[in-house]
Design a protein around this ligand. Structure first.
Ligand SMILES: C[S@@+](CC[C@H](N)C(=O)[O-])C[C@H]1O[C@@H](n2cnc3c(N)ncnc32)[C@H](O)[C@@H]1O
Length: 340
């Protein structure tokens, strides 16, 4: 008989006389209860572990550049224009589409930028993007401010104003991403069911293919500034009186309904594939170059491959670079290659 002494840990205490199957069952129950009591922590921990595992498998490091089919991704800081210019390789992007890290969020993952310093930090992002965007290009930013002490923080409003007033971007529009889901809420407000996507451009003339994201309808009309129906808004009488309606493709409005992502990857805050897909289709053509400066798990790259565009991405965390490479390989059965 073995005389080896086992020191029970706090998590895995061996009760005297307890059989091995009973102990395993009890440990399982303790684990299940912990997951029920701390679901967000457990999910994030699993994702972080997965990203760390993939970082080791792919040997990813800051400074590397990878080729995934027609797409490229660099591991580096997108607030440095030299990093973004390196991944662009002298080419220009038709659009930049991204969801940056929100202020004060995910501190364990990527530091969490202080809300009061966010606009200052953003200067690097906007100048990197501007340096590689076509004059007729667009920059889409999906961001939502958090609540602090029972009220919304204003750093996103400050960002918007500074983009226009200080950095001279045109503020073309604000689109709403409506998220259907389970109701919930806080003490003094309802649950978030939408996020905003801010649309900036350099010049008024941009690429715009609105019917590429349209739907079939019996009540379409010619979209032109000369057609009063096109600008009728909610004027129902005008619609009813008009006889210019025809069957065809109708433009959507600027509220887009897209459900949450169901994929379980190593990234905590992925947006659904439908989100970049909508904007890439509406604001670029086949073979155009799309930049995502905060690529995360590579959703924009997947959308680009599906739509025949070329993605250029930047991601600071080598673990997430591993997630991007694995996701690309699993989805398209193409092996990513380290190029620099
Ligand atoms: C909100 S997530 C993007 C998620 C992405 N849209 C997706 O679907 O997976 C933001 C990402 O930006 C990365 N990041 C944070 N700071 C960065 C920086 N300065 N340069 C490049 N990437 C950065 C984070 O590691 C994180 O993966």
């Amino acid at each position: 008989m073995s005389t080896q002494k086992i020191t029970p840990t706090r998590k895995d205490k061996i009760k005297r006389g307890e059989s091995r199957p009973d102990r395993m069952k009890r440990n399982q129950e303790v684990g299940d209860k912990y997951q029920r009591d701390h679901p967000e922590y457990c999910r994030n921990r699993m994702r972080k572990l997965r990203a760390e595992e993939l970082r080791k498998e792919w040997g990813t490091e800051v400074g590397q550049m990878w080729q995934c089919g027609e797409h490229r991704v660099i591991c580096g800081d997108c607030t440095d224009p030299a990093v973004v210019q390196r991944v662009m390789g002298g080419e220009k992007a038709t659009i930049a589409f991204t969801s940056p890290p929100y202020a004060e969020q995910r501190k364990a993952h990527y530091g969490g930028i202080n809300a009061d310093k966010y606009v200052e930090w953003w200067d690097g992002v906007q100048s990197s993007v501007r340096s590689i965007l076509y004059d007729q290009g667009c920059f889409f930013v999906n961001i939502k401010e958090h609540c602090d002490n029972g009220e919304r923080h204003l750093y996103v409003s400050d960002l918007l104003t500074t983009m226009k007033r200080k950095w001279n971007w045109l503020f073309v529009d604000e689109l709403i991403w409506f998220k259907p889901g389970i109701p919930g809420g806080w003490d003094n407000r309802f649950r978030d069911r939408f996020e905003r996507i801010f649309h900036f451009s350099i010049s008024k003339k941009i690429k715009f293919n609105p019917l590429s994201v349209g739907t079939e309808s019996d009540k379409t009309f010619t979209y032109s500034s000369k057609n009063k129906l096109a600008n009728a808004g909610d004027n129902v009488q005008l619609f009813e009186a008009a006889n210019g309606e025809k069957k065809g493709t109708a433009r959507p409005g600027n509220v887009i309904e897209i459900g949450a992502n169901q994929e379980k990857l190593g990234q905590a805050v992925m947006f659904p594939l439908g989100l970049p897909t909508f904007f890439i289709k509406a604001y670029s053509d086949q073979s155009d170059i799309i930049l995502d400066p905060f690529l995360g798990s590579g959703t924009t790259m997947i959308a680009c491959e599906n739509l025949g565009r070329k993605c250029r991405g930047c991601e600071i965390d080598p673990g997430y670079i591993g997630v991007i490479l694995q996701r690309y390989k699993d989805t398209f059965k193409v092996e990513p290659v380290l190029i620099e």
